[in-house]
Design a binder for this molecule. Sequence first.
Ligand SMILES: CC(C)(COP(=O)(O)OP(=O)(O)OC[C@H]1O[C@@H](n2cnc3c(N)ncnc32)[C@H](O)[C@@H]1OP(=O)(O)O)[C@@H](O)C(=O)NCCC(=O)NCCS
Length: 170
Amino acid sequence: MQFRRICATDGPALREIRLRSTTTDNTAFGIHRDQLQALTDAAWTDLCLANAHEASTIVVAVAESRIVGMVGCMHDPSPKRHHCGIVWGMYVVPEYRGFGVGRRLLDAIINHGSSINYMMLKLSVTTHAGEALELYRAVGFSTYAEEPAFLCIDGITYDAYHMMYMYPRK
Ligand SMILES: CC(C)(COP(=O)(O)OP(=O)(O)OC[C@H]1O[C@@H](n2cnc3c(N)ncnc32)[C@H](O)[C@@H]1OP(=O)(O)O)[C@@H](O)C(=O)NCCC(=O)NCCS
């Protein structure tokens, strides 16, 4: 298993795993499958490039020549928000779950945030996503707010926890 930052040629593989995440775990993600399917090949490449070298990043887990896990961390362009990274898109394909892939992906994001001197990371997770909640708690995230009806899918609403990870002061 290789853990690395996304690169320019990962567009098709990123598309594949993002689409799969909305098939296996649709209620865990804010983005709609139609939005993903509407993206052109060039847009997927641009997404990879935007997360390959700058403060925003996507870390992927690669096995058997394919991406089997991913997590993103978005850097807000406003200098007033440079203290905080937003974690998104945490996903491990079902056949690779329970082997520590998710934890290693999240560790990589925490290390990335440390290298650019974030004070904190934040994320949102639907309340019924038990495995993700346990993972976030296990690496040191805590809940600071709960939001009712964070998502609405086919008329059913899903609440969310907003969680944060505080870096130790340097
Ligand atoms: C959440 C997810 C990424 C975890 O990936 P994973 O590779 O299976 O996780 P790991 O094997 O690294 O487990 C790390 C920790 O997560 C927690 N965890 C993982 N699977 C769990 C399960 N089935 N039950 C309870 N806790 C679990 C545990 O705390 C575990 O630590 P431990 O092994 O020391 O007990 C994966 O289940 C997933 O993709 N879920 C669907 C998508 C999702 O909910 N994403 C979150 C969007 S906010």
